[in-house]
Design a protein around this ligand. Structure first.
Ligand SMILES: Cc1cc2nc3c(=O)[nH]c(=O)nc-3n(C[C@H](O)[C@H](O)[C@H](O)COP(=O)(O)O)c2cc1C
Length: 160
């Protein structure tokens, strides 16, 4: 079985969660392609938040190519109550997902269910199969084992 773990992160929390999910998949014998979304131009927080609020996509350096993996994992922050421009670019340009399973995790100061749902909607229009999704608070990352536990729980829900 194969998985692609795609994430966007500026200060490292989403990367930390993406790594924990990759480790959990690896421990299950699943080979992981680990991909960071990188915009062509770096924007500061103000322009980034403005683009997110206006639902504008970023221009990405590379658009990850998906093969025939069984699982797509997307880990991303909330900016201005919306998905980040980099994630909008990724989900908007996705090829057909052909019914593959997806884990979609969104991190913010607050748990933004509406952002989770808007990403899920884009994933479904691209032909996603079952989606396991969650909105998580970044403050919870400080709790011992939280990141490892949530990674294990998401993988169990998606795969068992
Ligand atoms: C420009 C910007 C806008 C943000 N807007 C929100 C927001 O509207 N709601 C929220 O809960 N968190 C918001 N956050 C917090 C981020 O979601 C949080 O810092 C992020 O998930 C941390 O991810 P990272 O460490 O992987 O970069 C914002 C952060 C930034 C930088």
């Amino acid at each position: 079985m194969q998985a692609t773990v795609v994430y966007f992160s500026v200060s490292g929390k989403n990367e930390q969660l993406a790594q924990a999910i990759s480790r959990e998949l690896d421990s299950r014998g699943i080979s992981v392609d680990f991909v960071q979304l990188v915009p062509k131009r770096r924007t500061g927080a103000t322009l980034g938040a403005l683009m997110a609020a206006l639902r504008r996509p970023a221009d990405l350096k590379d658009y990850p190519t998906l093969g025939y993996e069984d699982l797509l994992v997307l880990v991303s922050p909330v900016w201005a109550g919306a998905m980040t421009p980099a994630v909008r670019a990724f989900v908007t340009n996705l090829p057909s997902l052909g019914g593959r399973r997806v884990i979609n995790v969104v991190c913010g100061f607050h748990p933004h269910e509406r952002v989770v749902e808007s990403i899920n909607k884009k994933l479904k229009t691209r032909g996603a199969g079952p989606i396991v999704s969650r909105a998580v608070r970044t403050s919870a990352f400080e709790h011992h084992d939280y990141v490892t536990d949530i990674a294990a729980d998401l993988c169990a829900k998606a795969l068992d």
